[in-house]
Design a protein around this ligand. Structure first.
Ligand code: AMP
Ligand code: GLY
Length: 422
């Protein structure tokens, strides 16, 4: 069967790489893809939100499954577009409908959902421009630090954590005045939770679910989790503190009530749920939901899945998810992201990339790269995820870091301390 993956990051390259290993895979198209996905299948020069062009390509190339990587098209309703179009309704698209994608697209929607289904999360209230006084009163009730969240998608920049109440009030006013455009017309204010974060993933058909390997990502640019937020500088899986006892609590208190809520709200959800969790003294709380897989988490989750991923997706499409036997490798996977000099602020593109020889334990997943005159060149802030597999986190990390020495491009930067806190 021909497959289309939408997106252009390391996540999409990892998905394409894994699906390619299935006997059932036909041609793997990626839109728009990167230099890595172009080696696996065919890149289509189509934007991720250009639904009409995507439809044209799906019909032309006889594609029967579409996997949506990033959140934007999901929040914009790509699944509804496919499921409501008579020419496309035979195509299986993996993702939630537009209504359900609000679990990621609106913090207020997600928090109300968690409250309704008694899912542990930080205490919160949401406010708009007409409620500044109420918002100030709520801030007065809370203790520092203060967490302010733009309701809508803000490219990972919409969350502010402030130590000082006056600063929090000033920022709140600016947010409601459009600091993040429409995304911050509503602001969620919540209690600060102190703990350690972990990303947990489930694949669901809206009734049953399979839990995928968990991962921890490292979002800050600097060592020791300092400096600006990025899309993610590295990840590890499994995560030592997410042991059996913790994961049991996650399943009972968070995953099952979430899936029940999805069913109860009649959401059309055939896709991934990403639970951004925080462990507060061993008790899990939801920080956020995402309606997709994480990046760079996917680059460590996928290599640990032993089962045929395409068969898993086919089982999902046939309503057979419950009967599918998912096998996970208990080895460790780590990934370190190579980024362009200057990222996450201004950076240059177009630098030629040289990659030395790899072996079976190493997977090079391209992110911001493209092919230019038969050569891979940099084309984004996050350039390449260097994944390695080993018997321990330490072994896997040393393989990732040795491989990094064999990759060069001008301005190559990376964090040297992935996994430091585990
Ligand atoms: P979000 O976009 O909701 O994932 O928030 C971005 C980051 O802000 C999270 O990954 C956390 O590190 C931090 N964060 C968000 N909400 C809270 C909270 N209530 N308490 C502590 N940290 C938080
Ligand atoms: N790594 C976090 C995310 O994909 O949102």
């Amino acid at each position: 069967m021909n497959i289309l993956i939408i997106g252009s990051g390391g996540r999409e390259h990892a998905l394409a790489w894994k699906i390619k290993q299935s006997k059932k895979a036909g041609i793997i198209f990626t839109a728009p893809g990167n230099a890595g996905t172009s080696e696996i299948g065919i890149n289509l020069p189509i934007g991720i939100n250009d639904f009409a062009k995507i439809k044209e390509a799906v019909l032309f190339h006889k594609i029967s499954m579409v996997i949506v990587g990033p959140e934007d098209p999901l929040v914009n309703g790509i699944c509804d577009y496919f499921r409501n179009d008579s020419e496309l309704s035979h195509v299986f698209i993996i993702g939630p409908d537009k209504y359900a994608a609000q679990l990621e697209g609106s913090k207020e929607f997600a928090k109300n959902f968690m409250q309704k289904y008694h899912i542990p999360t930080a205490r919160f209230k949401s406010f708009n421009k007409d409620q500044i006084n109420e918002a100030f009163l709520f801030l007065n009730e809370l203790q520092a630090p203060y967490v302010l969240k733009a309701d809508g998608l803000a490219a990972g920049k919409g969350v502010l954590i402030l130590q000082d109440i006056d600063e929090a009030k000033t920022e709140l006013v600016q947010m409601l005045d459009g600091k993040f455009g429409k995304a911050s017309e509503t602001v969620v204010i919540e209690e600060f939770l102190s703990g350690i974060e972990v990303s947990v993933f489930a694949l669901t058909d809206g009734k049953s679910f399979k839990i995928l390997p968990e991962a921890k990502d490292y979002k800050r640019i600097g060592e020791g989790d300092t400096g600006l937020n990025t899309g993610g500088m590295g990840a590890v899986s499994p995560v030592s503190f997410a042991d059996e006892v913790f994961m049991q609590k996650v399943e009972e208190r968070i995953i099952i009530p979430t899936i029940n809520g999805i069913q109860n709200e009649k959401m059309d959800y055939k896709g991934f749920v990403f639970f951004g969790l925080i462990s507060v003294k061993g008790e899990p709380f939801v920080i956020e939901y995402n309606a997709r897989l994480g990046d760079p988490e996917t680059e460590v989750i996928i290599p640990r899945i032993k089962s045929d991923l395409l068969e898993l997706f086919i089982a999902l499409s046939n309503g057979q998810l419950d009967n599918y036997q998912l096998t996970i490798d208990d080895q460790f996977a780590t990934t370190v992201m190579l980024v362009s000099k200057g990222y996450p602020e201004n950076y240059e593109k177009g630098k030629p990339i040289q990659i030395g020889t790899t072996n079976n334990d190493i997977h090079i997943f391209h992110a911001g790269t493209k092919v230019h005159e038969k050569m891979a060149i940099t084309n984004g802030g996050r350039v390449i995820a260097v994944t390695a597999v080993g018997n321990s986190m330490k072994v896997a990390l040393s393989k990732s870091y040795s491989m990094i020495e064999k990759i060069s491009f001008e301005g190559k930067n990376f964090r040297k301390d992935i996994g430091f806190d585990l």
